[in-house]
Design a binder for this molecule. Sequence first.
Ligand code: FES
Length: 115
Amino acid sequence: MPELQLFLDGEPLAARPGQTVGAALTEAGVTSWRTTLRGGRPRGLFCGIGVCFDCLLMVDGVPNQRACLTPARDGMELETGTSTQTRPDKADTDDTAPGGVVSGSVAAMDGGAEV
Ligand code: FES
């Protein structure tokens, strides 16, 4: 299957047709591409289905795109570290989700689990 050429912070990144940006990044060994606002903790794919908003990044100049839902396209320009959590019901917290519940990704990271 022919490869697509994406650019991650200006560096070439291969993807396959039908892959999402998140899948292409993960296949290339990139596991985080933004950090939380308050604690600077790394974020990348977590749920993989568009629910958690952990995987935000800039795509072709548009911020806050979910990598797990964005289909890879040839020539796509990806920029890390510039997107932030914007979902109104989920502030970009490091330790707790609304209601004081520890989020799954943070709990896993704090416990040293690889996610
Ligand atoms: S990984 Fe959860 S929304 Fe993309």
